[in-house]
Design a protein around this ligand. Structure first.
Ligand code: ATP
Ligand code: NCN
Length: 199
């Protein structure tokens, strides 16, 4: 009797502050899922992102991420970063997901802006060992992966969506709509919880 070798699971990890999650994040994750034949993309909202200033309470960012991803059977959301005390480091995110999914190949998805900063991340040598990186294009940011290990990073052009969380927050605070920039449920969540209103 011949045995059929089982394919290793391929898991994408989309880390982000998601303050709020927007359609640029979702299009990037969807495109990477399809192009890299991923079984699942886990969205991981940051706890305390040490490279950013003050951010919205993590439970709001987590719930908006759940709402935005709920309809896609391949998208899930993890609480590992929001439940860990202290600043959020990707090395800890990857360690936690690796120990929960020891048999999977991990792919960390980042936009062009984040890729440019990876060399400043904590324990970057270990980070490369834990996951393969996929750098996606982002309007307004040049995708440059020079200086990063060639084997460790792939790049992918995704349909350009010039959306940022900063712009979404600014629009809400000025009374402009964010319909179609973020999923409908996220528009409604922002209104219900009075997020991003200027005081
Ligand atoms: N429009 C976009 N297209 C492709 N990638 C994106 C886009 N927006 C964000 N990303 C990537 O998604 C990840 C998480 O981003 P983040 O949650 O910081 O959103 P952001 O829009 O950059 O937020 P902010 O404007 O508050 O800095 C990062 O790797 C970032 O590069
Ligand atoms: O590990 C680090 O030192 C590190 C520094 C900055 C950002 N990151 C990760 O990069 C991802 C995108 O971060 P951000 O701040 O652009 O939302 C998110 O998962 C962060 O935890 C990680």
């Amino acid at each position: 009797m011949t045995s059929v070798a089982q394919r290793r699971a391929r898991i994408g990890i989309m880390g982000g502050t998601f303050d709020p999650i927007h359609n640029g994040h979702l299009v990037a994750a969807s495109e990477v899922q399809q192009q890299f034949d991923l079984d699942e993309v886990i969205f991981v909202p940051t706890g305390q992102p040490w490279m950013k200033g003050e951010v919205t309470e993590s439970e709001h960012r987590y719930l908006m991420t759940v709402i935005a991803t709920a309809a896609n059977p391949r998208f899930t959301v993890s609480r590992v970063d929001i439940e860990r005390d202290g600043p959020t480091y990707t090395v800890d995110t990857l360690r936690d997901i690796r120990s929960a999914r020891p048999d999977a190949d991990l792919f960390f998805i980042t936009g062009a802006d984040a890729v440019a900063q990876i060399l400043d991340w904590k324990d970057v040598a270990e980070v490369w060992e834990l996951a393969h990186f996929i750098a996606v294009s982002r309007p307004g940011h040049r995708l440059t992966i020079s200086g990063l290990p060639e084997q460790g990073v792939s790049s992918l052009e995704v349909p350009a969506l010039a959306i940022s969380s900063t712009d979404c927050r600014s629009r809400v605070s000025r009374g402009f709509p964010v319909w179609y920039l973020v999923p409908d449920g996220v528009v409604q969540y922002i209104a219900k919880h009075h997020l991003y209103r200027s005081s």
